[in-house]
Ligand binder design. Structure first.
Ligand SMILES: Nc1nc2c(c(=O)[nH]1)N[C@H]1C(S)=C(S)[C@@H](COP(=O)(O)O)O[C@H]1N2
Ligand SMILES: [Mo]
Length: 495
């Protein structure tokens, strides 16, 4: 007998209809409470650190779309199985649907920023999927119906509901995004009370990373799009005067503007997770001093709207460096992906210990009391940036013509500064590269070295020295737990 695929199809269509209704209700209320995003967020938080590290290293910025596709595949397989079960043993099939609803609702309820209503879209999705499954399977009940038509009609009806509802949910989401973009575009940035130094003459192109090219690393499956009118910043914990600020109050304070390089601890040697921007923001030290930090406190936990916690040593923020609660990046309000309306920027430490995006709370506390998100996952609590350098030109495995050319790249050691960059070609002597001028020790340094390229395969190696005279170590280390080390090496072919 030919195998009957109709129950499996019914299961998949019913799941699609259920999820579409769940996502529609979420789009109307709280987009992040949708079943798919809730489950994805829970998967990200529960993924063991080595797996997460591997995913970021292997897929880069594609990690989130791939995770969502993976969840989609699992749902399709599960729904097909539930459909086949339901066709044979009713109760088992519906138990599978209920289990699915419970898992999604549980994921939504367990998100750090969950509200009590958040499981509702998932619960509704399960109810709709159950009803749709019943409708789609009814024509297949005994006695056997020789005509295929009834099943096709039922399947088309369920599928139609899924497509129409899913389309509506997607439209609502995009309308919401446009409304948010208008609010962001309406932000008027005040002039800085303490402007950045003009860039020194001779700074190369690409010193500032354009906002569109700036790397993005975070755990947020849906980018938070906060309304600046409703946004509040709370200063809490071990302070004498807890307080709450509006966005307008934040913008009304004296603002500082600085060029600062930000990099991710997950960056491999030679990797792309580093960028330099001109940030405008409120000095965090001033905010904390006004609030009155109590004796014994040693950590600032910055908390974001979607539940991230980032822990920064208080000494780091209060030692005179330009730790900013930034509201602008390269002359415009922060892009949503980079933390609108406000984010931390702490020169000299990796992003996961000093650069919380979508910030809503500054909590003064102790390291003994609170482990931040990544510290709970075994990354180091203290993570000053390690001295690093990268060859950008020629690109790895480039083919270039013999003759005079330039080897160029960047090097960084925020808070210490870079005093020298050396390049080695094959087994030759280390050669001193030219350093282009920089505005401060908190940014990367662009470097270049002329090279008379001869035909053949060549290995280029780079090494930086920080301004204290400490050379970048050759020892290869993975990013976990406190940042990669090793010399960036590039192989090129000259013809
Ligand atoms: N809310 C929130 N803030 C966050 C993160 C996050 O996952 N959520 N990731 C941090 C990490 S690991 C880095 S490296 C920087 C990256 O900032 P960017 O995406 O603007 O480049 O943001 C930090 N701030
Ligand atoms: Mo990071």
């Amino acid at each position: 007998m030919r195998r009957d695929h109709r129950p499996a199809v019914a299961g998949v269509l019913a799941a699609a209809a259920g999820l579409a209704v769940g996502e529609l209700v979420a789009a109307l209320s709280r987009p992040q409470s949708g079943p798919v995003v809730a489950v994805g967020g829970a998967v990200i938080d529960a993924t063991p650190t080595p797996v997460k590290e591997w995913a970021v290293a292997t897929f880069g910025m594609w990690d989130k779309p791939l995770l969502l596709s993976g969840i989609g595949l699992v749902v399709v397989g599960y729904a097909a199985a539930a459909g086949m079960l339901a066709a044979r043993r009713h109760q088992l099939g519906y138990a599978a649907v209920v289990l699915f609803g419970l898992v999604a609702a549980g994921a939504a309820a367990s998100r750090p920023d969950a509200r009590w209503t958040d499981p509702a879209p998932s619960a509704l999705a399960a109810v709709v999927a159950g009803v749709a499954l019943t409708l789609a399977l009814r024509p297949l009940r005994p006695p056997p119906d020789p005509r295929r038509r009834q099943f096709l009609v039922a399947a088309a009806a369920v599928g139609g509901v899924a497509v129409a509802t899913g389309g509506l949910a997607a439209t609502l989401r995009s309308t919401g995004r446009q409304a948010a973009e208008r609010l962001r575009a309406a932000v008027r940035l005040p002039a800085p009370a303490d402007p950045a130094r003009p860039l020194p003459a001779g700074v190369g192109p690409g010193f500032h990373t354009a906002n569109a090219d700036f790397y993005r690393v975070d755990t947020a499956l849906t980018v938070p799009r906060l309304d600046p009118e409703r946004w509040r910043l709370r200063i809490t914990g071990m302070v004498g005067r807890p307080r709450e600020l509006t966005f307008a109050e934040l913008l009304g304070r004296p603002l500082t503007e600085r060029d600062i390089t930000l990099n991710c601890v997950s960056n491999e040697v030679g990797g792309p997770y580093v960028g330099t921007a001109r940030w405008l923001g409120v000095p965090v030290a001033a905010l904390l001093r006004e609030a009155g930090v109590l004796a014994g406190a040693d950590q600032l936990i910055t908390r974001s709207t979607e539940g991230m916690t980032i822990g920064t040593p208080l000494t780091t923020i209060l030692d005179g460096r330009d730790a900013l609660l930034a509201v602008a990046m390269n002359g415009e309000a922060l892009p949503f992906a980079n933390g609108f309306p406000a984010r931390m920027i702490t020169p000299g430490v990796y992003g996961y210990v000093g650069a919380c995006k979508w910030v809503t709370e500054l909590e003064v506390t102790t390291f003994a009391e609170v482990d931040a998100y990544w510290v709970k996952r075994d990354w180091a609590a203290q993570a000053p940036v390690k001295t690093a350098s990268r060859i950008d030109r020629p690109a790895p495995f480039a083919r270039l013509a013999a003759g005079p050319t330039t080897i160029a790249g960047v090097a960084w050691a925020q808070r210490r500064g870079i005093s020298a960059v050396r390049v080695q070609i094959d087994q030759g002597p280390w050669q001193e590269a030219e350093l282009l001028p920089v505005p401060s020790i908190d940014t990367w340094v662009q470097w270049r070295l002329p090279w008379a390229a001869s035909p053949g395969s060549h290995t280029l190696r780079v090494q930086a020295v920080d301004a204290r005279g400490d050379a970048q170590t050759a020892a290869r280390a993975r990013p976990f737990p406190d940042g990669a080390t090793g010399w960036h090496t590039v192989v090129v072919t000259v013809t």
